[in-house]
Design a protein around this ligand. Structure first.
Ligand code: NDP
Length: 332
């Protein structure tokens, strides 16, 4: 089977040469283990942080080793109780065609009718829970709040924007990276307004779509868009610091955000969070978001790349905004 290895640590924008496609022998599963044929692999911005050899909330990848990531696959051999051949499982052994591992590191999936198993890597999985936790718990969204989602076209942002609307926000605005994505946010996802961040200074654009300010910012982008948000936030506003993708390729450790002093006078709350700390929300999240997905209230998009050899390109595309938006996946 083939797997994707980190060939070298990227400097700045990741490039194809930072990755290597390697053929490996697939071991037979030992006692308590399963052999899984991966079908879907998750492509996530946080993996960029793990390519850097610095201490963080997850250990760095080793050069020459497989890039692990989220995956959904089918059990093809099992030596474990509780998992049988044909079961679909969610696990962390992605970026390879085959995974052999302990059964207790895989979660058996009950995929509802009409839902793609890939949803468990996106809207019903890690990125969906991130949107839910960030909005409900971290930003403590209240009905009537006006909300700005920075990076509203992505896996997390596209769910966050819709959830804000479904949970009673008075106005939801967002940013995205192309005119088509902006139209999608407004025409299909139901945001009140959106802007293309390539169209001019973020502050000017945010003021145009949120002339009366916002109470909540869900930030996936950092940098200039976060700075603009600090300026348009109303007193006592809350910011869920989810990610800062505009800074991930910045070798100086991220551009400083100006305007933080505004947080004092406006009594703002800025709170960073990591989805793994909000596991207790999962049952509520699955019930609520699963329900909205089933009845069509929530729309999702996927950008799907075919074949493991396209994983590096899919990852590089996260930082150029390639693809149509929504959750980025590789189908095997
Ligand atoms: P996305 O799908 O949002 O990431 C890719 C998109 O980001 C691109 O398509 C592009 O969209 C946008 N983008 C890329 N570079 C820039 C830039 N320089 N400026 C503005 N936008 C840019 O990924 P996810 O939804 O998976 O993740 C969103 C954010 O949430 C990331 O920052 C990620 O690290 C973070 N995250 C945090 C978690 C946590 O626990 N805190 C968990 C999961 C994710 P466009 O073309 O519209 O600009």
């Amino acid at each position: 089977g083939r797997e994707v290895h980190l060939a070298s640590r990227p400097v700045g924008e990741p490039v194809a040469g930072d990755f290597a496609l390697v053929e490996v022998e697939v071991p037979a599963p030992g006692p308590g283990q399963v052999l899984v044929r991966n079908r879907w692999m998750s492509v996530d911005p946080y993996m960029r942080g793990r390519m850097r050899d610095v201490p963080s909330y997850v250990p760095p990848y080793a050069v020459g080793d497989v890039l692990t990531g989220g995956a959904v696959g089918e059990v093809v051999a099992s030596r474990a109780d509780g998992l049988a051949e044909g079961d679909l499982v969610l696990h962390g052994g992605g970026w390879r065609e085959w995974w052999v591992g302990d059964a207790d590191r895989a979660t058996r999936l009950d995929v509802p009718a009409g839902v793609s198993p890939s949803a468990f890597l996106g809207v019903l999985g890690m990125t969906g829970l991130t949107a839910y936790a960030g909005l409900v718990e971290v930003a403590a969204l209240r009905p009537g709040d006006a909300v700005f989602v920075a990076g509203a076209s992505g896996a997390v942002g596209s769910v966050a924007g819709q959830l804000a609307r479904l949970k009673g926000a008075s106005r939801v605005v967002g940013s995205a990276g192309s005119p088509e994505k902006v139209r999608w946010l407004v025409d299909e996802l139901g945001l009140d307004a959106a802007f293309d961040h390539h169209d001019g200074p973020a502050l000017e654009q945010l003021r145009r779509v949120a002339p009366d300010g916002v109470d909540v910012c869900f930030d996936n982008v950092g940098g200039a868009q976060l700075e603009a948000a600090l300026r348009v936030l109303r007193p006592h506003g809350r910011v869920a610091l989810c990610g800062a993708i505009s800074t991930y390729n910045d070798e100086s450790g991220g551009d400083p955000v100006h305007g933080l002093g505004l947080a004092v006078g406006k009594r703002l709350t800025l709170r960073g969070f990591i989805v793994g700390d909000h596991e207790h929300l999962r049952p509520r999240f699955l019930e609520e978001v699963g329900g909205w997905l089933a009845d069509g209230a929530l729309r999702v998009r996927e950008t799907v790349h075919e074949g493991i050899e396209r994983a590096p390109e899919a990852f590089i595309g996260l930082f150029t905004g390639a693809g149509g938006g929504g959750k980025v996946l590789v189908r095997l």
